[in-house]
Each structure stands twice: as structure tokens, then as C-alpha cells.
Design a protein around this ligand. Sequence first.
Ligand SMILES: Cc1ncc(C[n+]2csc(CCOP(=O)(O)OP(=O)(O)O)c2C)c(N)n1
Ligand SMILES: [Mg+2]
Length: 666
Amino acid sequence: MASISESNIAYNKKDLDDKTLLKLYYNMLKPRLIEEKMLILLRQGKISKWFSGIGQEAISVGVTMALKSTEYILPMHRNLGVFTTRKIPLHRLFCQWQGKLSGFTKGRDRSFHFGTQDYKIVGMISHLGPQMGVADGIALGNLLKKNGQVTAVFTGEGGTSEGDFHEALNVASVWQLPVIFCIENNGYGLSTPTEQQYRCENLADRGKGYGIDAYILDGNNILEVYTKVKELAESLRKRPRPVLIEFKTFRRRGHEEASGTKYVPEAKMKAWEAKDPIDNFKNFLYTEGILTPEIEAQYEAQIKTEITTALTSAYAESNITPNESNELNDVYKEFNYQDIKPNLKVEELRFVDAISEGLKQSMEQHNDLVIMGQDIAEYGGVFKITDGFVEAFGTDRVRNTPICESAIVETAMGLSISGLKSVVEMQFSDFVTSGFNPIVNYLAKSHYRWAQAADIVIRMPCGGGVAAGPFHSQTNEAWFTKTPGLKVVYPAFPFDAKGLLTSAINDPNPVLFFEHKALYRSIRQDVPTDYYTLPFGKASILKEGESVSIITYGAGVHWALETLEKHPNISADLIDLRTLQPLDSNAIIASVKKTGRAIILQEDSLFGGIASDLSALLMETCFEYLDAPVKRIGSLETPIPFASQLEDQYLGKRKFEKALISLLAY
Ligand SMILES: Cc1ncc(C[n+]2csc(CCOP(=O)(O)OP(=O)(O)O)c2C)c(N)n1
Ligand SMILES: [Mg+2]
């Protein structure tokens, strides 16, 4: 038992009862004792990495106790106290850290990188910043459900330099989302001190710039943290809005244990040691006559027994036996596809109208579907696909967004966590780069990591041939087909576009839905008027022939059709892939085995594209059947030029006819 001395922190217990005060103490003691044990295990080489939150416990514990257990918290790597205060069984936590099955990620992710719906905790991805946009989405879900709940999200002061922080605060402010943004300013981001991280006096000063009320709290004073956050949470539940809190605290150990603290001045360390949140609170409780040596000893013994028991059982649990199909089966959430047949009544629609109709009918099918994008509400979107939607479905469900692709993709993820579906419209698929991180790292990996679906469709108006230059012409599907966890759909006809879009929205997995702009107003087709669905992973065989298999998708389908019209004597299978992930390999292989020749046409520049992968697939599966080498056609290895004569030269379309003829003559 440590000696009792005067407290270095000025506490004000207001009207808190003894039971609550003791609980605050107990809840801080628990993560501290777990950490002390972890440091021993680390020295013994029994665990690999440890990010210490020693000295910062008051923030995790105070915030968690101020919220209801039904309210989501999004912690970071130093917030063990969030997990323990939410009473996650230590056996499961320890198994998580040891990569065992009773953890939360089946050994697929480490440390605090997991979420759990059971405890309403959404853990981080390594990239730090995306947490804040995800919190926006959860808060938006709460706002739409009108359940009066708040959401708390954490970041270090280093993480506030990321664009995600700015975007998330701005969106939360514009939409008045009930989020408590908690900055733990602990003096360092890895080795970088605050003066190299930002140049305003306090990070809380930034609140004003976003139109958000901001507060500075002593992060080492558990009573200040708990009472103020509780008061704010109660206020936000009644009057939804975001708040920003900067907790002043200090990181007393290395960024992670192995990296040490050599760069931290000793005097600073000493000063903050004297402000230890647990020792000081303990002294206060003794002075107040609330804590006694008996209670203190009992708490310690109880926690230590819990730790020892849980460690023993976690070590006893056997290591995971790798099983390839288990891994593959968890990349996507199972989707029970419902085939809803098209009705007979049809109407001739342009590609763009078919998408609009599919989207509109999906809004009618799913009351929980929200669409978000720039200029999509009153203005109807730059391609007018959502024209009239706001009148039909209201501004809650049809949301104009600020220009912040990252935060909106993250918001969509948060909506999915809160059980709502969303469609995000990229104004042009080129701009997806500004939301790339959350798509490939958060949405794509979420189900594999902790069984959380990312029930999101990202609409991608794409493609060239419209003289729009390097930033409004790309067809960037290959950036996403590369990433396990995403589905990629790329229709070429209005009928497919409508039925595949409705399926994409039904599918609980993240789907990138490519819509070629050059097809929007040039391609018409009879489209069933009612709602219907089409399955993923089924190519459509547009023409059947004997001499060659033409495999393509998107605008390439129309280039191939044009060429075949010019050469009615060519007997070709024409395969429109329709979806790239999942891919209908069976249809491709069967066709090439029949014809003995294959040409793959893609609009994107050639290297690293779909055509290369399909060519490799055919070499591996059809080599003995081939009468000629597989031919790939793509566009030039340059950015997409603006002037139409340069663009014509760029596009692979130009080379297709000649290549097809020479392949047939091989
Ligand atoms: C996008 C990104 N860049 C860099 C890193 C490496 N990194 C991990 S934590 C960290 C420091 C974070 O500092 P801060 O936000 O202050 O949190 P603290 O560790 O101090 O709690 C860095 C640079 C990362 N994980 N993600
Ligand atoms: Mg920091």
C-alpha cells in the first residue's frame, strides 16, 4: 500500500456519492494493474507489443462512465480503460492480444484493433483519423433513429493533424451530430512533440473554426473529466450537436514499450508523475475518508485475481489452427441473394434513367437507406440521377455533403455499424482518391477483422471519351478489384445497371458501382418498370460464335459491338462481365475452351488492369485449348488527355479492330 499524502490535483466531488467515487477509483485501478502485468510479460518476452496508457486512465474511465452502456465509444490505442470499464471479460481481451480464437478478431488483427457490438465499442484501424468520421456516421444513425444517444470518439493530438479530423468535425458541425470528440493531448505523437505537430495555443481553439463548442479539461483529474463529460452528454442527448474536448495529459511511457522515452525531458516526466491520476485520486479519497486500507487491499486483490485467472485461461487456450476456407469465408458477409424477377411491362430508358429508377425504387424498398453526396439534394446531382429525390424522401435520407470524401465514406461506415444502409455518390469516380483510405482499409477489411458489415454502395461515375481530361475521365476499377473485401460492379446496359444497382444495395458488403458517363445518355434499352434484382458474378453472353472470345465490360462492350457490326463474318463469343468482383470465371473459361482464342478489352491503361489478370487466368486454365496467345487491349500508359484527338489516340478502342483481325489470322 502506498503512503497517503496530499493530492496534487484539486478535486471537487460536487454531489457525487461515495459509491460512484469508489467506482471511478476501481475502474482506473483496473487498467493500471493490467498494464503493470503486461509490462512484466513484455520483459519476459511473452507478449510482442504494448501501447501504454499509464497516466491517462482518468480520460478513458471518466468518459466511459459518463456515457450509457448503450452508447457507442470509439477508442484508440491507449484507451484500455474504455474496454475494462465496459466490463469486457479479461479472458477475451487477453486472447485478443495473443491472437486466439476467444479474442474478437479470430487472430486476424492485433491489440485494440477490434470492435464489438456487444459492448458498443468500435476499435480503431491503424490509420487513427478515420475513427472520427465513423463516429459521425454512428451519431447520424442515432439522430435519424431519434434515440437520444451520444457517441464519444478519441484521438491523440497527433491524429488531429490528419485531414480526417478536420473533415469529421466539419461534417459533425454542419449536420449537428451528437458526437463528443475527445482529444487526448499527451504531449507527443510517437517522438514528435506538440510544437512540431500544431501551432495554435490549444487544440480546443480549433472548435471555433468549425462552429463547435470546445472545452479544455485536466485529463488527469477524474472528477473533472467525469462530471463535465456527463453534463455535456446529458445536454447533447437533449439538444444534438458536437462538442470538442481537449484533455491535457501526458504520455508517461514510450510510444510503444520498445521505443523508450529518451527524447522526453526528465523534469517534464517528473512533473507529470506527480500528477498521476490514480495516486492523487486515491489520496483524495483517503483524505475524504471514503477509501480505507481494507477497501484498497480488497480492490487490488480482486483485480489481481481476475488478471491471473484470465491470463492462465488465455494461455491455456490453444493457438488457432489455420484453415484457408475459414479465412476466405469471412472476407465478405454472407449475402442471401433474393432473385426478384423483372416484370413484363417495360419502358425505354437511357442508362442514366435506369440508374435513377433503380436507386429510387431501392429508397422505397428500404426505409433505412440513406444517400449522401455532393450536390445530390435540391440540385439533383451533377448528372441529375437524384433529381426529385429530396422531395420524395426528405433531407434526412437524401443528404448534401460538404466536399469531404473521406469523412463521408467513414460516415457511411458508421451508419452501417448503427444498422443503416447507405449509398455514397462520388461526383466523379476520380475523386474517390480523396476517400481511398477508408474504402480500402476500413470498409474492405471490416468484416474479415471483426465481422462488422460495411453495408455501403459507392456510386462511381467514370470513364473517358467525353473530352474531360485527366481528372474527370478515369476508369479506376482496378484500384479496387485488387482489394479483398470489396465487390466491384460495372454494367454496360440500362437493364443491367438497374438490376445490379438494386442488388448492390441489398448486398450487405461494400460495393463499388461503376457507371460509365459516356453511356449515361447514349445507350437506351427497354427496362422493366418495376423493382427487380440481378445476381452478381454472372457474365452476360451477348453474342455466341466459334472463332474467338471477346471479353470486356463497361464501354468496351459497346466498342466490341460496333466492331462486330462492321464485321458480320466474325464468329465471336462476346462476354460482358457485368461484375468484376465476383468474377464469372466459369463463363470466361468455358467460352475460351470452345473458341480457342481470346481477346480481352479494357478501357483503362493496360498495366496492372483486369485484362492482365484474365489473361493469366486463361493461361493457367486454358493453355491446351488455345490456338493463339491471349491478346490484351487497353489504353496508353499515360494519364488521360483532354483534347479529343489526343483522347482518341489514348483510348484502346482504336487498336481493338486491328488486334481482333490479327488474332483471328494467327
Ligand atoms: C496514417 C498514419 N500515419 C502514421 C502512423 C504511425 N503512428 C501510429 S501512432 C502515431 C502517433 C500518434 O500520436 P497521437 O495521435 O498523439 O497519439 P498517442 O500515441 O500520443 O496517444 C503514429 C505516427 C499511423 N498509424 N497512421
Ligand atoms: Mg499524443
